[in-house]
Every structure is written in C-alpha cells, then in structure tokens.
Design a protein around this ligand. Sequence first.
Ligand code: GLC
Ligand code: MG
Length: 406
Amino acid sequence: MDRLNGPPHLMIVSDLDFTMVDHEDPENLSLLRFNSLWEAYYRQVSLLVYSTGRSPTIYKQLRKVKPLLTPDITIMSVGTEIAYGESMVSDSDWEHCLNLNWNRDIVFQETAKFSLLIPQPDTEQRPHKVSFFLEKPNSSEVIKALSERLEKLKLDVKIIYSNGTALDVLPKGAGKGQALAYLLRKFKAKGRIPLNSLVCGDSGNDAELFTIPEVYGVMVSNAQEELLQWHAENAKINPNIFHSSERCASGIIQAIGKCRVNFFSPGYEVVKFYLFYERWRRAEVEKSDQILQNLKSSFYPLGTFVHPCGTEQPMNKCTDTIERLYGDKRGKQYQIWLDRVLTSQVGSDVWLVKFDKWESTGEERYCCLTTVLLTTKQAEESFTWMHIHQTWLDGLEAKDQSVWFL
Ligand code: GLC
Ligand code: MG
C-alpha cells in the first residue's frame, strides 16, 4: 500500500483454490494469463489481495507449486489472519479484535459432541478458526443443530460451510467479508480508498466478500452450488455481482476486461516480450524473417546484456541467441512469468523496469531479478531495449547454465 503514491486504481480481492488457481489445469494457463495482465497494467497502480481459507502453512505450500504472483496483502484462514507484503508481516490489531467474546476451548468442546464433524488436520486449526469436514447429505441438519447449541451458550460465532465438504467455526466478527471491511476502514483512515474494488470467489466462504458495499464481484463459472444458492437468495444485496462464463482466473480476466487502460506502457512491453519469448522457445509461433527483423530493431545494438552468471554480451548478440533458441523447449512443460513488475520513468523518454523473471521446465524452477532500461519513441509507439541486467535470486539458479538465455 505504502508503495503507491495515491489511492489504488483497482484492488482485486481474490480467493485462491478454484478461483485464482484452477486445480484442473496442470499448465496453469488462465493463471499465467492473469499474471501477465496484472503485471502489464495494474501492478504499478493497484493492489492485489489474496483471501483464502488456507492456513499460512498450506498457503505457502500452494505458492511453491503454482505460479502465483506476490500479493500486496494476504488474508488467510477464512479472514482470521491478515499479513502484509512479501515478508508477510501479520496484523496483530486484527487478531486482537477477534478475541472479543471468542472462547476457542468451549467451541472445541461443543463441536466434539457432533460425531459427524470430522476434525481437519492440525495445520488448519488456527487461533480463531476451528475446522471440520462434513459430508453434504447431512450438512443442513448438523449446521442447524450446531448453531442452536452455540447460540444457547451465548457464543458470538459464525459457521461457514464451503465446497460441500468443509465447515469452519470462527468468531462472529471474522470471515473474509469482515476482514475486507476492516482493510477498507484502514484505507479510508489514510485517505486511500481504492477507486475500484473487485472481489472474486467460488465457494461458501467467499459469499461474505460480495456483501461489502460498493465492490464489484465475480463468481467464476465453476462456482459451487452453495455460493450460487446464496446469490439467488441475496441478489438484491449487490447489483454489481457478475457470474462469469469462464472458469477461475479467466473469469477474473473477463471481469476486469472493461478496466483495461493503456496498451502502450513499459510494463506491457516487457510482459509482451516474455510472452512471445515463451511461445518462441516452445515453437508455438512461426519463425519468420519479419519477426527476427522486428527483434533486431528493438534491441539497441551497442547496449549490453549482463547475464546472471556475471558475463557481459553486446545486445546485438541477443537476437542471434534468440534465433538459436527457437523451439529448444518444444513439447516440454516450459513456462515464463513475471512478478513484481515495477516501472520508473528516469528521463523524458527513458524507463527503468524491474521485475522477477520466473521460468519453469517441468519440476525445475528458477528466478532472475531483472532490470531493463527502455527508451521510447512516442511518435512510433515503440520501445528500444537499451540495457538488460539479470541476477539469480538466491537459491533459485538454473542448474544448466550452458544455454544462453534472456
Ligand atoms: C481451506 C482450509 C480449510 C477450510 C476451507 C473452507 O481449504 O484449508 O481449513 O475449512 O478452506 O473454508
Ligand atoms: Mg475457493
């Protein structure tokens, strides 16, 4: 938040499992498309917030196996834990708020009396979240009996059923919606309310997100029955909820499609180049003289490319290398995505773009901290790459460094 100069243009608050992440797509195509869109147009002026049911432990596991961008804020454990930035500094004020009239031990004792509630693994039991598995056929009766029991004991709790399998008991003031409302109050106090907010979800624990005033909402096409049913019963609450015709991250892209800003931007230039470069190495674009000619004219011949190994190459060699690498990843599970793209204008027509460049081939993953210096010729709406500098991110070096790559 503090990295932005003014209010965020767009804040996306998205669930992860089966909303941002499609577990039925091993190639992560829609997620990678979302990443490109975000880094090209929104990163610099907007906020990315993940809101997941996962505990910090299994959220971090997901980040190891899926190409998820670094969010500005992470809301975990169904809105009971909030953390900021890459280093995930937790919001202890929020956790203190949730202690109000919350007695975890009593919740634990009472829920234990319901034999159909099967406790979830220990990682998913959190200070303000007690979680179970509950089969769909019995769910309504169990939820009704449990809420009557907890109400009798005058406990201020909230019961949420998601994915037709999971039941969470939380403090009444917790949940994904309350956590978002808390963040919006904080932004307001700083005079930084986002100009537009879009919430995205697929299951029961996301329903609350759509109740927050003045947000746009997208239910992805693969949304669960319990969310669709909630929407059918509460459609009046928010007229700005949209049921996408696309699955997961493609649904999010569909929802933000209308907000697209400017095609001519340095962020877009680097994202577009690496999208091309991935397809080139997979031989999914045709090799033509025209393409090679265009590449040649985008690299400043006297510029330098500093490879992460520390060696220097003149920029004109880059085009030869790119030509040689055509199709070297054909038929392999090869992907490139950029994270944390930050642009600074350093002169009237000079831009510095800094980003993390991730690559994966099958199981292997590596990452380079990359800086590119671009100049623009506004009249032609094109960029020239003057200088590229890459450094391996600690512990994420490619094993085979014999191939020359960008
Ligand atoms: C995630 C959490 C789980 C929770 C479920 C629904 O899967 O790991 O504990 O019950 O989301 O909120
Ligand atoms: Mg989900």
